[in-house]
Design a protein around this ligand. Sequence first.
Ligand SMILES: Cc1ncc(C[n+]2csc(CCOP(=O)(O)OP(=O)(O)O)c2C)c(N)n1
Ligand SMILES: [Mg+2]
Length: 354
Amino acid sequence: MAETDTKPRHAELGLSDDDVLGMYRAMLLARAVDERMWLMQRAGKIAFIISGQGHEGAQVATSWPMRSGQDWMAPFYRSIASAMTFGMTAEDIISAHLAKGDDVSSGGRQMPGHYGGAPYNIVSLSSPVGTQVLHAVGIAMGAWVKGDDVVAMTQFGEGTANQGEIHEAMNFAGVHKLPVIFVCENNGYAISVPLDRQVAGGSVAARAAGYGMPGVTVDGGDVLACYAAAREAHDRAVRGDGPTLIEANVVRLTSHSSDDDQRRYRDPAEVDQLKERDPIPMFADELRAIGVLTDELDEQIRTEIKAEVNDANKRADARPEPTTADAHERVYADPIPGGGTATAMESLSGTEGH
Ligand SMILES: Cc1ncc(C[n+]2csc(CCOP(=O)(O)OP(=O)(O)O)c2C)c(N)n1
Ligand SMILES: [Mg+2]
């Protein structure tokens, strides 16, 4: 790139050209995995998919400062790009959705969209929305007690922000100055309920003042703005200065899930306009404008990603199914009394009232 007087935005933030290309690649990969899983769902191979499309910019950028193998993440069901930025692979995510017997998330015990994994320091999701926010605060509290240098990040939607436990979690983190980054991905809807019917005052970040922490609102389509907010929040947490609440305004490009049809409650014109805020072309344009991305390089990255997803899909497909013999594994800490395994499971399922 030609020398100029002013540094590009990413260089101002301490990011190299390779870093921003890595972010762009991570966004494309998450999108490609997501799109593949929709196809698999429609083909009857996956029971259910809940998509992160439109959230990738905010997710990759806010997860980028997180230290894999050291920090912890308590994500939500839309966090495919966050989980992959923090270490999960395309094969892990697809295997979890296929409920394979050796899937790292749960060995096929969890619902689709409930990925995670001990090797990655990613807490497995719970279906009741918001519980992960408490888990992140608990992890940060544990690290603080032990004197460990750990930052916990948690992600959730703006609808979830209205659950009672979110107040408890944020207040507790604020009081004890815990190293937590709360990332609210505001896509304007909680299933079919629009923002003005769920968030009084219209802003989740504004609530941070009441919890004694900074509240930052960022455009979720502006990858570098999201990164800057997360970088600062991470530095702050590591310094011992406490938590931060980031609210990233994103777009939900798909229906809430594969069981939903947003045409029933959203104006088609509104849905069409969302594409203008798709973070992938927006970031591509920005990188092209500064000469970091070229059409040839874009084509090359997309070709590589296609091959990566095809491979991941094939490997995930070939993995073993769970068996009845190990049905209780990863569910109970101790074997089922009376011998466990298939016999116990069969007798349990045959018991009246169970
Ligand atoms: C405690 C609880 N209440 C309701 C639900 C059903 N539910 C699942 S997702 C969802 C919407 C959450 O919206 P938001 O937090 O904005 O996240 P988004 O899906 O928009 O990303 C609801 C109500 C649930 N899973 N748990
Ligand atoms: Mg929402």
